[in-house]
Design a protein around this ligand. Structure first.
Ligand SMILES: Nc1nc2c(ncn2[C@@H]2O[C@H](COP(=O)(O)OP(=O)(O)OP(=O)(O)O)[C@@H](O)[C@H]2O)c(=O)[nH]1
Length: 302
């Protein structure tokens, strides 16, 4: 028996750091969504596309929903709410190693409020981190919160456990329809957005101060040329915006050491993803209070 082809959109939601980006990468099979050990770093709605013989699932990875404190926070939340009501299914992600708390319940309330008809499924993530008993306990707890209709699946993006099963479940929740994107396409984000995200991720890694909301990266220009050996090189001109001079020093580091390290890290990732030699030309600038200024926000792509 051949089953019908299904296609549609899925959004994985959950508190920051629950493993949504890592899971998206595992499902899609390539590094597209940006992960970081620091919470709330995924700012853009990046779509990974899961191609299967029997269907296509377009994953919309949203920033973690959080109580807004700044204009940027509000815009991010609006974006998340719009996404909830437009997708065909929403996956609620809860890490296996943390109790379901008020933050999770708040997210579920928002979901029921803005998209009461969107099918929901549960995902217990990072199951490699805890015992089987703890996983079973978390599955029951999540099932209780989501209700009897929602299917709940335990996965580990790191070991790959159940990632295929989850892909199958998502596909089964999609409406019947043809592929929406050509095979082989992994994301529909413009590549400059992806470049900016990768540089931003590298610049945040290892910085302990509260930088995540104060750092924006804008790709100013791309130039293709050949080096002295005739090898094609892509030169990326990027501006890193921070809000205060003190943050600028953090990003640059002593004698520019940190920024050089960030450059090496980002270049490595960019070369891997874009399959070409990369030269990174980065400048760190101070744009005072850009998070609270609508004009600046627009300029920085929010
Ligand atoms: N052990 C283990 N760690 C995981 C797994 N999935 C994600 N992580 C780790 O958990 C951290 C957060 O993962 P992300 O994928 O960035 O989480 P996120 O939910 O996308 O986070 P935000 O972008 O902040 O919303 C990272 O350090 C990951 O390496 C998993 O299956 N097992």
């Amino acid at each position: 028996m051949t089953s019908e082809f299904r296609s549609g959109f899925v959004c994985l939601i959950g508190r920051p750091n629950t493993g949504k980006s890592t899971l998206t990468n595992a499902l899609v099979g390539a590094k597209i969504a940006i992960t970081s050990s620091r919470p709330q770093t995924t700012r853009h709605t990046i779509r990974g596309i899961l191609h299967r013989e029997d269907g296509q699932v377009i994953l919309v990875d949203t920033p973690g929903l959080h109580r807004p404190r700044t204009l940027l926070g509000q815009r991010l939340n609006d974006l998340v709410r719009d996404t909830y009501s437009e997708v065909d299914a929403v996956g609620v992600c809860i890490p296996a190693d943390e109790k379901i708390g008020p933050g999770d319940k708040w997210i579920l309330e928002q979901l029921k409020l803005v998209a009461p008809k969107t099918p929901v499924f549960g995902v217990v993530t990072k199951i490699d981190k805890v015992s089987k008993d703890a996983v079973a306990h978390q599955l029951m707890a999540l099932s209780k919160v989501l209700g009897p209709e929602a299917e709940v699946i335990p996965v580990s993006a790191v070991s790959g456990d159940n990632v295929d099963r989850l892909a199958g479940l998502m596909r089964s929740l999609m409406p019947e329809g043809p592929a929406l994107y050509p095979d082989g396409e992994l994301t529909d984000e413009p590549e400059t957005v992806l470049m900016a995200e990768l540089i931003r991720e590298a610049a945040l890694e290892g910085v302990r101060d509260e930088l995540p909301h104060s750092l924006a990266v804008v790709i100013e220009e791309l130039k293709e040329s050949k080096n002295s050996y005739g090898v094609p090189v892509l030169t990326i001109f990027a501006n890193l915006y921070v809000e205060r001079p003190s943050q600028k020093s953090i990003v640059i580091g002593r004698g520019g050491a940190r920024l050089r390290q960030v450059g090496i890290e980002a270049r490595h990732q960019l070369e891997r993803i874009f399959g070409t030699k990369v030269f990174l030309d980065m400048h760190v600038k101070v744009a005072k209070d850009w998070q609270r200024d609508p004009k600046q926000l627009g300029k920085l792509g929010f």
